[in-house]
Ligand binder design. Structure first.
Ligand code: SF4
Ligand code: SF4
Length: 281
């Protein structure tokens, strides 16, 4: 049995949150500044990769099938990549939708990661119980940047007899898993598109160094990913409408002029993307 009771401290509304591509495209394109992040780890730094338990096997399968993928560094080390679309918020800063009363201003339409909490979005449906254990342990060990106090008072039963007590959790988690897989597949394509660029390759090597304690991630403007989606026909103008040619050439010339992918370029992409998002299906 798991018990949990929210204290409304808004700790979980600080720092970046992960969106699916569908959420980024249709719901929140105008609401959050976004980045694409690739967490890169040598598999020997990842506890679950070395573990032989049923849970570890399930998590590895979930990584392979839904939320991550494997690659090799140029010196042949096996690495695991977890790609994400994240809101661009410093770790201790509040989400832009947190109002002055410490409440969510988009409560009825908030992202799935917020609706599901404390159920972990990186845990498959069949491992909800273990995922809740991990979340509770993180709170007790103070590993989260602002630890959740929800486990302290233990008033509401949220998991009993192997099932969440809220019947909406499983369908919502399954729906999110579907969207997470779609997001992963496209971000994986983008990763293999950029991984051989000199500065990206250098970060992959450095961030996945053996025995480093914390995972670091490669961060790129979301607009660069969108440009790649457009260039590769992964997103299309809706019927009868096209992205305005001058805007497309503006994106391309910005890319050509500055191959270092600076924030300026990212902001250009992001703003152009936002301006034309209503025309993209
Ligand atoms: S951090 Fe925990 S206790 Fe605080 S608002 Fe979030 S869920 Fe509730
Ligand atoms: S969208 Fe709402 S619930 Fe989610 S982090 Fe922002 S303020 Fe919190």
């Amino acid at each position: 049995m798991k018990k949990f009771s929210c204290h409304s401290c808004a700790g979980c509304c600080h720092g970046p949150i992960a969106l699916t591509l569908k959420e980024a495209k249709y719901q929140f394109y105008d609401d959050f500044p976004l980045v694409v992040a690739f967490v890169v780890s040598d598999v020997r730094n990842v506890p679950v990769e070395k573990d032989k338990s049923r849970y570890a096997k399930g998590m590895k399968k979930f990584t392979r099938d839904t939320i991550g993928f494997y690659d090799k560094t140029e010196d042949e080390r096996k690495i695991v990549i977890h790609p994400q679309i994240l809101t661009l918020v410093p770790p201790d800063s509040p989400c832009i939708h947190l109002n002055e009363l410490n409440r969510c201003s988009i409560y009825n339409e908030k992202p799935s990661v917020c609706t599901l909490y404390p159920v972990r979005i990186d845990t498959p449906t069949s491992f909800i119980d273990e995922g809740l254990n991990r979340e509770r342990n993180q709170a007790y060990e103070g590993l989260a940047h602002i630890p959740c106090k929800g486990w302290d008072e233990e008033t509401n039963v949220i998991f009993k007899n192997g099932e969440p007590t809220d019947t909406r959790v499983i369908p919502l988690l399954n729906k999110r898993e579907g969207e997470a897989k779609e997001t992963r597949d496209l971000l994986k394509g983008f990763y293999f598109h950029i991984k051989n660029l000199e500065d990206i390759n250098e970060k992959i090597m450095r961030y996945s160094e053996l025995n480093i304690e914390t995972n670091q991630f490669i961060q790129l403007p979301y607009g660069l990913f969108v440009k790649w989606l457009i260039d590769n026909n992964k997103i299309h103008p809706v019927s009868g409408q096209r992205l305005i040619d001058t805007q497309v050439s503006l994106i391309k010339s910005a890319a050509n002029e500055n191959k270092k992918r600076t924030d300026t370029i990212g902001n250009t992409f992001n703003s152009i993307y936002r301006m034309h998002l209503s025309q993209i299906s």
